[in-house]
Design a protein around this ligand. Structure first.
Ligand code: ASP
Length: 439
C-alpha cells in the first residue's frame, strides 16, 4: 500500500472542532499514515496563534515580567481541546512541566517549539497513532543549518518500524541536543522531509484555502484556484511573491519526485492544487498557470554603442553591482543596452557608489536608473506550445494603457517577465488575468 504524508496547518488544528475534521479526513484514506501537525492557529480573525503566544511568553520571561499571564492563555487552549475531545492524556502534567522549565530558563527556540510538541501529543492520542519527537529525527548542525542527509537517514530508518505516527512540525535538534526551529511556517518543511523519507506517493498539505490561486486575490478577488502546477512553475511564482507553502519545503519532495497536494481542511471535497514533478496528465483550462509580481525594484540601464562586441562589458557592469554587495534579480540585454534589475531598497544606500563604479569600469554613453518599478511574471508551461501568447499579453496591457518598460522572457520559456511602473502594477495584473482567464 502506498503512503500519504499529511501536514495540517495551524488553522486546521486550532480547536476541538478542527481536530474532528482532521480525524475524519485521515480516516477516509488508510494510506494517510504519517501526520505532521502545526501548533494551534487562529480560531477567528483577531485570535492569537499559539506560536505567537509562546514567543510572547519568552519575551516576558526574558524581560523579567510575569510570563504566567500569557502562559495561562496557552494552557487554556490545550486543556480545552483535550477536554472537549475527552482525551486520555494528562495534558496538564505536560503544561506544568513546561511552566516549570520556563521559570528556570530555556531557549527561545525551545519555547517556540512546544506548540507543535503539545499539539502532536494531543493529536497522537486522538488518532491512536504513535508519537515521534522530531528532536530525535530532524537535525541541525552546530552552525544552525539544517542537516538534510543525516535527517533523511535517521528518519527513513525510524519510519520503517513505525506504521502510523504523528510527528510534530517546525523543529528538530542540534544533533540530539538543544532544540532548534525552522523559520516561521516551517512545519511545511517537516512534512516534506517525512514525505521524502517515507517514499510517500503523495504529500498532502492541508490548510484553509482551496489551493494555490492563479493570482493574488487582493488584486483579483475572483482569482481561480490552480488545479495543476509543476514544481518549476511554482518556483517562478513563489519567487515573484506568491506564497502558500514555505519555500524550503518544495525542494525535498521535488527532488524525490513526490507530488504535493494543497487541500482545504474546511472544504475537504475540493480537490485543491496538485503540484507535480514534470509531466502533468491533466491539463489546465488556460494557457497560463498563474501571475505573480512584486514592487520595489530599480532598473539600471547601461547603454553604449557597439557594446555587443566589447568583450567583458557585461562582466564589468556586474562587477560594479557585486562589489557593492548587491545581488541582481534579472538582466535583460539588447544589442547596445544592458539592464540590471535590483531591489530598490538595497540599491538606495549604495546608489552613488554603484553609478560611479559602472562609469569608471565601462565608460558608457548613458546610464539611467529607473526607480519605482514593479515586475510581473506570467507563468505557464502551456505558453511554449501556444504561439501568440506574448502578443495577447501585450495587447491586453496596451488596451489598458499600461506602459511596459522592460520585457524578459525566461530562458525556460516558462514565464514572461515584464517591468511596469509601480502605479500600473495592479491594473497590469488584472489586465493579464482577464485576457487569459474567461469563465
Ligand atoms: N507554528 C509555526 C509558526 O507559526 C510553524 C508552522 O505553523 O508551520 O510559524
Amino acid at each position: 500500500m502506498g503512503k500519504i504524508v499529511t501536514k495540517f496547518g495551524g488553522s486546521s488544528l486550532s480547536d476541538a472542532g478542527q481536530f474532528r475534521k482532521v480525524r475524519s479526513i485521515i480516516e477516509k484514506d488508510e494510506r494517510r499514515c504519517y501526520v505532521i501537525p502545526s501548533a494551534p492557529g487562529r480560531r477567528f480573525g483577531t485570535d492569537d496563534k499559539v506560536t505567537d503566544l509562546l514567543y510572547r511568553t519568552y519575551s516576558a520571561f526574558k524581560s523579567g515580567e510575569d510570563f504566567r499571564t500569557v502562559y495561562q492563555v496557552i494552557r487554556e487552549r490545550f486543556v480545552q481541546i483535550a477536554q472537549e475531545l475527552s482525551l486520555s492524556i494528562d495534558i496538564n502534567k505536560h503544561l506544568d512541566a513546561l511552566e516549570n522549565e520556563i521559570a528556570h530558563g530555556v531557549t527561545e527556540d525551545y519555547i517556540a517549539s512546544r506548540g507543535e510538541y503539545l499539539n502532536g501529543l494531543l493529536l497522537a492520542d486522538y488518532l491512536g497513532y504513535t508519537f515521534l519527537d522530531p528532536k530525535d529525527l530532524v537535525f541541525f548542525s552546530e552552525d544552525g543549518t539544517f542537516d538534510s542527509e543525516l535527517t533523511h537517514t535517521v528518519m527513513a530508518s525510524t519510519l520503517k518500524h513505525v506504521e502510523r505516527a504523528v510527528i510534530p512540525g517546525f523543529y528538530g535538534s542540534i544533533t540530539g541536543g538543544d532544540i532548534k526551529t525552522f523559520s516561521r511556517g516551517g512545519s511545511d518543511i517537516t512534512g516534506a522531509i517525512v514525505a521524502r523519507a517515507a517514499s510517500a506517493e503523495l504529500y498532502e498539505n492541508w490548510t484553509d484555502v482551496n489551493g494555490f490561486l492563479m493570482t493574488d486575490p487582493r488584486i483579483v478577488p475572483e482569482a481561480r484556484p490552480i488545479d495543476n502546477i509543476t514544481y518549476s512553475e511554482l518556483r517562478e511564482l513563489s519567487y515573484m511573491g506568491a506564497g502558500v507553502l514555505h519555500e524550503d519545503s518544495v525542494f525535498p519532495v521535488h527532488r524525490a519526485g513526490i507530488p504535493t497536494n494543497i487541500r482545504n481542511t474546511n472544504e475537504p471535497e475540493a480537490r485543491g492544487t496538485m503540484i507535480m514533478h514534470g509531466v502533468v496528465e491533466e491539463e489546465n483550462p488556460y494557457v497560463i498557470t498563474g501571475i505573480a509580481g512584486r514592487t520595489g525594484f530599480s532598473v539600471l540601464s547601461v547603454e553604449k554603442a557597439m557594446m555587443n562586441s566589447e568583450v567583458g562589458f557585461g562582466r564589468r557592469v556586474l562587477q560594479a553591482i557585486e562589489e557593492n554587495g548587491l545581488s541582481f534579480e534579472h538582466m535583460p540585454t539588447g544589442i547596445d543596452t544592458m539592464c540590471v534589475v535590483v531591489s530598490a531598497a538595497e540599491l538606495e544606500p549604495v546608489k552613488a557608489k554603484v553609478v560611479k563604479r559602472i562609469m569608471d569600469l565601462t565608460a558608457p554613453d548613458s546610464l539611467t536608473i529607473h526607480d519605482d518599478m514593479a515586475i510581473i511574471a506570467t507563468v505557464g508551461r502551456g505558453m511554449v506550445q501556444n504561439p501568440g501568447t506574448a502578443a495577447k499579453l501585450f495587447t491586453a496591457l496596451s488596451r489598458e494603457g499600461v506602459n511596459v518598460r522592460m520585457i524578459d522572457q525566461g530562458s525556460s520559456e516558462l514565464s514572461i517577465l515584464i517591468g511596469v511602473d509601480e502605479e500600473d502594477f495592479q491594473r497590469a495584473i488584472r489586465a493579464i488575468y482577464n485576457e487569459f482567464v474567461q469563465d
